[in-house]
Design a protein around this ligand. Structure first.
Ligand code: AMP
Length: 444
């Protein structure tokens, strides 16, 4: 039972986003929407929960996300004849988007589908700065039948170039693009087999987590950040040596196109990413990492990740629909912006922007008239706060000075004459203005 000394709190790993921070969130989202629309993307909104099997099949049973981190529950059967359904809060959104692509036969249009989403995802991870149990992602997915050009390396390069443009427009400094190819659906099993073989004799020297991964999902061992394991990991076989000619050619064309656009990147042969569905191009954008106060992220320096998932639609029972996508961790993006000098250019105009006017009614009897005047000004496009007639004039002035550029005094005389007293805080000037001219004057 909550009591005054023990009030309820937001659940661990979740948090409230409050003004003025939310102004920055909105600004970031509107810049993302603007960039996405310039590249021909449309918005998709899928449900926050899905059938559990979507993630088991789409993300992979052996991934940390599915095996340890999902919020899953049995939905109550409504009738005896109905079976209880296992539902899960989405831990990521690619599987949901591909499910929607299949369900709505979007491939039948023959067109390449360019979709973006912005919304919360849920993973039961250990909370820390930059890592939450409810977090937001801004993501895109480009997919379609092969005839729509969905397999082309041009699409990979376009998505990466768009990300570079987005991060630049947001003012993120020092981002780095790390790129790799994890090969086709046939290259990957050959590589995983070689990895298993190489891991078998050295497994016992790895940390406990990596010992488990070596069994269940050997690719994840490469992702490991455990400092003691790095030398052993460095000596493991590299995916680049297992790519077939077509994957190699695909990857080199992505690089050529990025070079042509002048987008800098680093090839990281260890970048494999955790989810089962990735094929060929995989990537991550990072910002200067731990220890560097500019990042604001501590050890969570991956801003976003993504890659190709050419077989995912088939894994979910759909038609062939190669695709590529990414998800930006919006929480981390915001933390980075706030920590870098880039934040003020986005936020200050909203954080520091004052309202146009504060209306101060003199005496409670003037409250209704004050609200009516505020309505008139707000409908004329002005931002207005209304005080309260119960406030002493000094308190009204102090409150107004904090939030608004002008104070409008509404007393008995003003109401009777329609001539209002207006003070402009920046100049200290006090003038009388006819109500009909008020909106115009307050805009100045
Ligand atoms: P993923 O879906 O795992 O590829 O993650 C894509 C991006 O989402 C990461 O690069 C992070 O920026 C962000 N992200 C993933 N998990 C979390 C989390 N628990 N809290 C905050 N951001 C996250």
């Amino acid at each position: 039972m909550p009591t005054p000394s023990n009030p309820l709190k937001a659940v661990r790993g979740t948090r409230d986003l409050l003004p003025p921070d939310t102004a920055l969130w909105n600004r970031v989202e509107s810049i993302a929407r603007s960039v996405f629309s310039r590249y021909g993307f449309g918005e998709i909104r899928t449900p926050i929960f899905e059938d559990t099997s979507l993630f088991a099949r789409g993300v992979g049973e052996e991934t940390d996300i599915v095996s340890k981190e999902m919020y899953t529950w049995e939905d109550r059967a409504r009738a005896q004849s109905e079976k209880a359904q296992s539902l899960t809060l989405r831990p990521e959104n690619t599987a949901g988007v591909v499910r929607a692509y299949i369900e709505h036969n979007l491939g039948d249009t023959g067109q390449l589908q360019k979709l973006f989403y912005i919304g919360p995802q849920f993973r039961r991870e250990r909370p820390q700065r930059g890592r939450y149990r409810q977090f937001w992602q801004i993501g895109v997915e480009v997919l379609g039948p092969v005839t729509s050009g969905s397999e082309s390396p041009l699409r990979d390069a376009e998505v990466l170039e768009m990300l570079a443009t987005l991060l630049d427009e947001l003012g993120i400094k020092g981002w780095r693009l790390e790129l790799n190819s994890v090969g086709s659906a046939t290259d990957r099993p050959r590589y995983v087999a070689a990895l298993r073989e190489a891991l078998a004799p050295i497994k016992h020297q790895l940390c406990e987590d990596n010992q488990r991964r070596a069994e269940t999902n050997p690719l994840r061992v490469l992702d490991s950040k455990d400092p003691n394991d790095q030398a052993l990991i460095e000596a493991l076989p590299r995916i680049a040596d297992f790519l077939d000619d077509s994957s190699r050619e695909h990857f080199s064309q992505v690089c050529v196109a990025l070079d042509a656009c002048g987008v800098p990147y680093t090839i990281n042969p260890r970048l494999v990413r955790g989810l089962d569905y990735y094929t060929r191009t995989t990537f991550e954008f990072t910002v200067p990492s731990s220890g560097d106060p500019a990042s604001g992220l501590g050890t969570q320096n991956a801003l976003l990740g993504g890659g190709r998932y050419d077989g995912l639609s088939e894994m979910l029972g759909g038609p062939r629909a190669p695709g590529i996508g990414f998800a930006i961790g919006e929480d981390r993006l915001i933390l980075t912006l706030q920590a870098q000098a880039g934040a003020p250019h986005l936020a200050s105009e909203m954080w520091e922007k004052k309202l146009d006017a504060y209306i101060a009614p003199l005496g409670s009897k003037r409250n209704a008239a004050a609200l009516a005047l505020a309505r008139e000004l707000r409908r004329a496009g002005l931002s207005v706060e209304v005080g309260d007639g119960a406030f002493r004039l000094k308190k009204s002035f102090e409150a107004a000075d904090r939030v608004a550029r002008h104070i409008v005094i509404l007393g008995e005389d003003e109401l009777a004459s329609g001539i209002l007293t207006v003070k402009t805080f920046a100049t200290g000037e006090q003038t009388k203005i006819a109500q009909a001219d008020l909106a115009q004057a307050l805009r100045a």
